[in-house]
Design a protein around this ligand. Structure first.
Ligand SMILES: C[C@H](O)[C@H](O)[C@H]1CNC2=NC(N)=NC(=O)C2=N1
Length: 101
């Protein structure tokens, strides 16, 4: 099988433009990835959020690394096909914030 079409990593200029504009997302130590933690009033709130994010992630064919404990959801975004951050992560982070709002 031929490799998938390559996805470009963010350039330094794109990082400087897009990453500071993402509210609450921080660059992960030792990885080219961004992370944010979300809290809800209870498990139903957290899981409802995850369900909505799952649907838009599947539609975008770009999926989060995440974990859930009761009312908390920890999300890490990176582009596995690019071995680092790409615009797909910036767009998914914006969409996730839209769902959480
Ligand atoms: C075949 C499929 O399009 C790819 O494997 C997609 C799926 N979801 C993905 N999600 C993330 N976070 N990174 C990827 O590189 C990626 N690649």
């Amino acid at each position: 099988m031929e490799a998938r079409m390559s996805i470009e990593k963010l350039t330094d200029a794109e990082r400087a433009e897009h990453l500071p504009a993402l509210t609450g997302w921080t660059v992960v130590d030792g990885r080219d990835a961004i992370a944010k933690s979300f809290k809800f009033s209870d498990f139903v709130g957290a899981f409802g959020f995850m369900s909505r994010v799952a649907l838009l992630a599947e539609k975008a064919d770009h999926h989060p690394e995440w974990s859930n404990v009761y009312n908390g959801v920890d999300i890490v975004l990176t582009t596995h096909d690019a071995d680092g951050l790409s615009m797909r992560d910036v767009k998914l982070a914006r969409a996730i914030d839209g769902v959480a709002a």
